[in-house]
Design a protein around this ligand. Structure first.
Ligand SMILES: [Zn+2]
Length: 538
């Protein structure tokens, strides 16, 4: 149920209010008129302030918090995932086959079957990823693509054929087509440049379909109490879909989009695409253009992050760099010169160091602090020196406890628990003086901010009964700030993340106290969300 309060007069939200405003940290009620907070105080004070006339009262008996903010969640992908075969929680290759077969029976045809495949080899009974041959055993007659966390892809033989990949296809720069010992493609396409060969064969969905995914994604996030989110990889075609969704009032949260650049799309071309899309003027209260997004390396659980030391069990392989150093430099230089920022996906320590080299060079000409520049992930053993350099540049970090919870087990398998204990070191990042904003990196990892706060406080990872690197845990106050004030600062959503008279009327009401014990947080529920004054009760 959603009721825009503009239609009903004023809204009074009663509960245990945590404002995140040091000047008035607690209250008993929030008064809202239009899209603004007009009163904060005891229930009687706020009621008096709102005066007579129609006042809708919402008292769910919960904790009233600033609307949650996620500085890194793939909104469009989250909506799209609802249409795909869900394999994230599959426990064996046989089960993957059954689910694909069941989908094929429900949706017969000859077109591609796409699936979300967030599992790691250790999650499957066979201890390895499926191959094209495994997928053929279930679905041989139409192409199948398993999407590995937006990075890698696994396709069946029909998929390899549709993508035009055979034993003679060369690896594209930054990507790898995995082969069997006798030279045939296994079906695994490592990193964007290789996976894109198959994604291109699927073709581009139209704006209406994409706008539907965006609407679904924002509704999902609103259900988790988010009122502001940053979608961190929006291609030129997707920008237009965002503009369409905003114009037709279908964004259930405020969204900041990060236009995706790469080696082939420089800053000028990317900004031209932004202008053409109409995204900037579609609905400025709901939709904004944020920093450019660049992918520099792979992932920790994928074993493709770019490290200073080789991945164990490989022949000196240090990971995949998916962007040229020149493109990294020119994107950052052009954006800074125009007063804009860039968010750079950099997981491994070598990738993080390369970003800092590039930004220090840009900073000598144009100071980068305050422009929206931020590291994305930076979780795999960043050095103390890298943290100091990040702080002194005034560059932020978008950090993702839910991603780390999800990927941690695979990193333990690949690199050992001592490395995992030093990874995603939020305590050290914050102590170094870096602005750290939270996010989930969903879909795949849980979208819930409460789950993210719990992970950041407990350092638990999926499948483990003990904290991994408890010295890197942060406090309850810091964890709440991660998904309110700090995420808002990283996303450039001024005024969000804090409840203040005169500020935006964005609230989340929960049945657990984020400032109480951590244990109940993952099971906590969001009872209501208020976005720009509109009350939504799930
Ligand atoms: Zn991401």
């Amino acid at each position: 149920m959603t009721s825009p309060v503009n239609d009903v007069g004023a809204l009074l939200v009663v509960g245990d209010v945590r404002t995140m405003d040091p000047a008035r940290p607690r209250a008993g009620a929030v008064g809202i008129r239009g899209d603004r907070i007009v009163a904060l105080g005891s229930v009687d004070e706020v009621r008096r302030e709102l005066g007579r006339g129609r006042v809708v009262e919402h008292d769910a008996g919960g904790f009233v918090l600033p609307g949650f903010v996620d500085s890194h969640v793939h909104v469009l992908w989250a909506g799209r995932a609802q249409e795909r075969v869900g394999l994230d929680d599959a426990t064996s290759i046989a089960e993957i086959g059954h689910r694909l077969l069941a989908h094929d029976a429900r949706h017969p045809g000859t077109g591609w079957i796409e699936a979300e495949a967030g599992f790691d080899p250790g999650d499957l009974a066979e201890g390895r990823l499926p191959t094209a041959t495994d997928l053929d055993a279930a679905v041989p007659h139409r192409p199948v693509l398993l999407d590995r966390k937006g990075h890698d892809a696994i396709v069946n033989t029909a998929g390899l054929q549709a993508a035009g990949i055979d034993a003679t296809t060369p690896d594209p720069p930054g990507g790898r087509i995995e082969h069997t010992r006798d030279g045939r493609p296994t079906g695994l396409l490592v990193e964007h440049p290789a996976a894109d060969l198959a994604r291109a064969a699927i073709g581009e969905p139209d704006d209406a379909r994409r706008a539907g995914w965006i609407e679904t994604g924002t509704r999902l996030l609103r259900g988790h109490g988010f009122t502001g989110v940053m979608d961190p990889a929006v291609g030129p075609g997707e920008l237009a879909a965002y503009a369409a969704a905003a114009r037709s009032g279908r964004l259930a949260t405020r969204v900041v989009v990060m236009p995706l650049g790469d080696d082939h799309l420089d800053d000028a071309a990317l900004q031209a695409a932004v202008r053409r899309s109409g995204v900037a003027g579609a609905d400025p209260g709901r939709l904004r253009v944020g920093p450019t997004k660049l992918f520099l390396d792979g992932g920790g659980s994928l074993g493709t992050a770019w490290r200073s030391t080789p991945w164990p069990g490989t022949d000196g392989y240090t990971g995949n760099r998916t962007l040229s150093v020149e493109a990294l430099r020119t994107h950052c230089r052009s954006a800074a010169a125009a007063g804009r920022g860039v968010g750079i996906h950099a997981v491994g320590d070598a990738a993080v160091d390369l970003v800092l080299d590039a930004l220090e060079e840009v900073d000598r000409r144009t100071p980068v602090a305050g422009l929206g520049f931020h590291l994305i992930h930076a979780y795999l053993e960043p050095s103390a020196r890298a943290m100091r350099r990040t702080a002194s540049l005034g560059v932020a970090l978008s950090a993702h406890p839910a991603l780390w919870w999800n990927a941690g087990a695979s990193v333990v398998d690949r690199l050992g628990e001592a490395v995992a204990a030093r990874s995603n070191p939020l305590r050290s990042w914050i102590d170094a003086g870096v602005l750290v904003g939270g996010g989930s990196d969903g879909p795949g990892p849980p979208l819930s901010a409460l789950h993210g706060m719990w992970q950041a406080r407990t350092r638990r990872i999926r499948g483990s009964e003990h904290p991994v690197g408890p010295g890197e845990a942060i406090t309850a106050e810091e964890a709440l700030a991660l998904f309110t004030t700090r995420a808002a600062a990283v996303a450039g959503l001024d005024g969000l993340g804090r409840l203040r008279v005169g500020g935006p009327a964005d609230l989340a009401v929960t049945d657990v106290d984020p400032l109480g014990p951590a244990g109940p947080l993952p099971g906590g529920r969001v009872l209501a969300t208020v976005t720009a004054g509109a009350l939504h009760v799930p």
